[in-house]
Ligand binder design. Structure first.
Ligand code: PBG
Length: 330
């Protein structure tokens, strides 16, 4: 049946009809909000390349976690900036480290908050790479031992989920074993399974002070041109015991999100990364785009591609906008 019998515009005639036939819905419970934790008290310093995102001391992180929960966002992702960086990133697995303190403070103040920790070495090491470096190379298997120590200290502090982001081979099984042999069978793993070597992480490196001092991350993060390799990465992480998978970045990789969604039944997350955020904020600040429309449209696109969970710096704004829309019957 085609025109003039079929007229697709019929179902677009009113806002209520459009709501009834909407195929993809976005909700605050889809979001994870990333937080950058620093030492000190009463610190709330805006990251210049990421307007609206801050370096927060523990007291401020707790305030933020309460605000996030009040907006219906169920989860935060924690990044820590240590007091001292060294070759092995010692603060990363110290029980008095910045992240361990932040986990305890958040779980104490907002027990229902799902606390996810980013598990990587680059913020903690003096060379800025995501693993142990020897002769200018990132040594895979030795790094795994350290990642095991990091996740156990996060779990002991109360983390619900750990999210390894360093793209080391075997990281998921090493972490699963470390958790299971220390009594943390219930701590989940969200694997940054498919993480590309991306220019879109630019602003994050200022936020996390994690730029590599030499070289780049191409020997461990994925080539942006590859998708079959992405499916192999995801497959291995499923076999190693990941509870959830992630594709990162999101917007330039929606085809990858779709393929991973079709191949695997695990909950799938996509990371709407710093560069994606900063570009929107910069264009909005110039009055070139409508920030609210662009953000909700982009997040809807990420869900439509197949993500169940979106890690995004827009989470608080988007949750507020969605609430307003619901109230006005949008
Ligand atoms: C740590 C890590 C990075 C991001 C998340 N975890 C940086 C990197 O791999 O270089 C990027 C997040 C963002 O850009 O928002 N390895």
């Amino acid at each position: 049946m085609s025109f003039p019998i079929t007229r697709l515009r019929r179902l677009r005639t009113s806002s209520s009809l459009r709501r009834m036939v909407r195929e993809t819905s976005l909700s605050p419970s889809d979001f994870v909000y990333p937080l950058f934790v620093v030492h000190g008290r009463d610190v709330r310093e805006e990251i210049s390349a990421m307007p609206g995102v801050y370096h927060l001391s523990i007291d401020q992180v707790v305030t933020e976690a309460r605000a996030v929960a009040a907006l219906g966002v169920p989860s935060v992702l924690l990044f820590g900036l240590p007091a001292v960086k060294d070759a092995v990133g010692s603060e990363n697995f110290s029980d008095s480290g910045i992240i361990q303190q932040a986990i305890r403070a958040i779980k104490n103040a907002v027990p229902e908050m799902v606390v996810i920790t980013d598990v990587c070495m680059c913020e903690y090491t003096d060379h800025g790479h995501c693993g142990i470096v020897r002769d200018g190379k990132v040594i895979n298997d030795e790094t795994l031992d350290y990642l095991g120590r990091v996740v156990v200290s996060h779990a002991r502090a109360g983390a619900d989920v750990v999210a390894p982001s360093g793209m080391m081979d075997g990281m998921v099984s090493a972490i699963r074993t470390a958790l299971d042999t220390t009594g943390y069978q219930d701590t989940g793993i969200l694997s940054y399974a498919v993480k590309y070597a991306s220019g879109f992480y630019g602003p994050f490196r200022e936020a996390a002070e994690s730029a590599p001092r030499f070289g780049d991350r191409h020997s461990y993060q994925m080539d942006p041109a590859n998708i079959r390799e992405a499916l192999r990465e995801a497959q291995l992480d499923v076999e190693e015991g990941a509870d959830m998978l992630m594709v990162k970045p999101a917007l330039a990789y929606l085809d990858v999100v779709r393929r991973v969604r079709e191949m695997f039944d695990l909950p799938l997350a996509a990371y709407n990364v710093s560069g994606e955020y900063s570009m929107v904020k910069a264009a909005a600040a110039n009055g070139w785009i409508d920030e609210r429309r662009i953000v909700l449209e982009s997040l809807t696109g990420i869900k439509r591609a197949g993500a169940d969970i979106i890690l995004t710096y827009h989470a608080k704004d988007a949750a507020r906008w969605l609430r307003d829309e619901q109230r006005s019957g949008g």
